[in-house]
Write a protein that binds this ligand. Sequence first.
Ligand code: GDP
Length: 483
Amino acid sequence: NISNVPCGGCGAFIHCKDASIPGYIPSEIFKTTEKHQAQRLESLVCQRCFFLKEHNIALQVRVSPDDYPKILASINPRKSLVLLTVDLTDFPCSIWPGIADIFGPKTPIVLVGNKIDLLPKDTNRYLTHIKRQLLEQIKLTGFGTANITDTVLVSAKTGYGIEDLINTLQRQWSIKNVYLVGCTNVGKSSLFNSLLASDYCKHQVSDLIQRATISHWPGTTLNLLKFPVARASHYRLYYRSARLFETNKRLVAEEERRKEALQQHNTPENATLMGRIERTFPQTFHTNEPEDTFTVHRQTHGLDPGLREHHPDFASSRWCYDTPGVVHPDQMLDLLTLDELVLALPKELIRPETFCVRPGSSLFIAGLARLDYIEGPGSVRLTVFRSNELPVTVCEIEKADEVYAGCLGTELFRVPIDEGDRLGKWPGLEAGRRFTVKGVHERFSTKDVVLSNAGWVAISCYFDECIFQGWTPGKRGIHVRDS
Ligand code: GDP
């Protein structure tokens, strides 16, 4: 029994359940430790702290919502670029409100929609639409004046879109440092590790351990990771220049040889030939690059790529920083236990399920959220997107409270899990906002109702006015967006 044993690094309780939750330690390691009694329980550190200390792999640090704006405020807005990461299965709930105010309107923000691999496959056709939706939602959360320069959809897990993202960042090379910012669970650490392993990291050592550096966050006790950023155009320029240099060296040698041969036979025809050679091989090299750039490469790097690491021209003064995460008040991550998080957060491709419901119906996503179709001229189709582990239950609104009370803690709802006095502590569901949906066509979803971390429901109908109401614990994270 290792419950209530804190990690010696971050203080999170040690567990073996899910790598994404602070305090995780692989059960194999724990068993070995137990067997050999090599370490006392108290001196155990979780996997994240161990990786940070021993291997310099990004760890995720969570800070309180009160401290979060203060911590981010230490980022210099003038010469920084913010990589704002959003979980595509959890937006707008994973967008920290007012984050644009912290950085101000001058800081360029690249919006990164992560976990695209979890969205159903046919979304490939709607990538532009998803980007637009993401932008619209982000503007609603107070980003009206923010300087969002690009939107990129990626999967830190599969690597989809990472190259696109790096190209986007390279285009903004004039900006000094890059900060990876985002709420808890958006995949910030995964993205940091993907960038660290890519060409974007200047340290092209084969060993990832040496690529990142631990950096101390000013004004806090936090240790986070940073890595030096490589400038792609520099490398391209370097290789191009190196190739040119080689060609020119060959041409110059040939020119010298021919001149020498001609001087030995100083005839009028040869003098004309000499003139032609001078024109063909002028003293300056044919290059489109500015002369000084080429000279730098020629003189300092020659043809040895290894040298570039040591030259001041390549010594990166630009860094990519990890930043701490925070739980958004719209998220319900902090209400769930470890076992419940494992079930509630989507881990594999989401399989949407469609239900045809009459007015006066309630739809539950496990015991986490409820959507009531209160009033409308006829049946509508509700397509539910949530973790495949969460069951969906439909009943009449009049019986909804009774059904909820009856199913809570049973396998019909699955989450929350009935163990100990868990159900006694579960806050239950609260009725949130009511809203009206105007349908366009039965076949097309018009609106999505986001129900915090439980998932979202796409509404398809062709009626003019259908009234809905969302329910979540503490009315958290109920939003309506275009489908
Ligand atoms: P952080 O709290 O923002 O640092 O997020 P993590 O990087 O720890 O990721 C949180 C969870 O999301 C982990 O279980 C990751 O495996 C998962 N995750 C991160 N990025 C992706 C992704 O692109 N696709 C999928 N399917 N899962 C991801």
